[in-house]
Design a protein around this ligand. Structure first.
Ligand SMILES: [Zn+2]
Length: 232
């Protein structure tokens, strides 16, 4: 290999390593405090774009444009074409980070909750739609790491006022990284799914301002994005 070619190759590797993770943040179907946006600030390695559901999945193939999808929507409906684009992104080895109410997404899409997320919000049989999984606001949650992992790097035990979920289904194959012993919670707060084709992280915390502005929460979200994007 010529010296010039070698230098060019090294330069392109350096550019790829230094390039920020391109994140598409999907909102919609649930209100949230604007403090949410601070989670994606102050980190040159993260470059975020917000697009509400279902627009991202109507724009065609997302894979050339983004490395990680951050889901902060709360939706049940997704049509066939939109579903195809989301599936292609996930199967294409890209990263996915689900935050808080995005865990309610697509609770009838078996591949999604069983293989991709490894957890599911459960419905009761009654109509109109009611949930079997319960939630509780304004809880002082003591969270603690359950395992050594890049996603909980720099995170010790912390307390945050946020919302808990209880009565979700969990795959026996999830790897739990952060837990709580609070009685209104199932216990797992952060987990990695058993999905093999891409890196999928779920962070159950994140309802409101207190979580968004908590330094440990911000670090968790940013660590999860970098890990899902293969940068950690
Ligand atoms: Zn909530």
């Amino acid at each position: 290999m010529s010296r010039k070619l070698c230098l060019l190759l090294l330069l392109s590797i350096a550019v790829a390593v230094a390039a920020p993770v391109r994140v598409l943040i999907v909102t919609g179907g649930h209100t949230y405090d604007t403090s949410f946006y601070t989670l994606f600030e102050d980190n040159p390695n993260i470059q975020g774009t917000v697009d509400p559901h279902p627009m991202p999945y109507r724009r065609g193939d997302l894979r050339p444009h983004y490395d990680v999808l951050v889901l902060y929507d709360s939706m049940q409906e997704i049509d066939d074409q939109e579903r195809k684009n989301l599936t292609a992104f996930v199967e294409g080895g890209k990263g996915v980070v689900l935050l808080h109410h995005a865990l309610v997404d697509y609770s009838d899409w078996q591949w999604w909750y069983e293989e991709v997320v490894g957890a599911r919000w459960l419905k009761s049989q009654s109509k109109p739609l009611k949930w079997k999984t319960t939630w509780k606001h304004d809880v002082d949650i003591e969270a603690y790491p359950a395992k050594d992992h890049p996603i909980v790097e720099g995170i010790g035990k912390f307390t945050v006022n946020d919302e808990t979920y209880k009565g979700m289904w969990f795959s026996p194959d999830v790897t739990v990284l952060l837990k709580t012993d609070h009685p209104t919670s199932d216990g797992p707060l952060v987990w990695i799914s058993p999905y093999k084709k891409s890196r999928v992280v779920s962070i159950e915390l994140g309802h409101g301002r207190a979580a968004h502005l908590h330094p440990s929460y911000k670090r968790l979200v940013q660590n999860a994005i970098l890990w899902a994007g293969g940068k950690k």
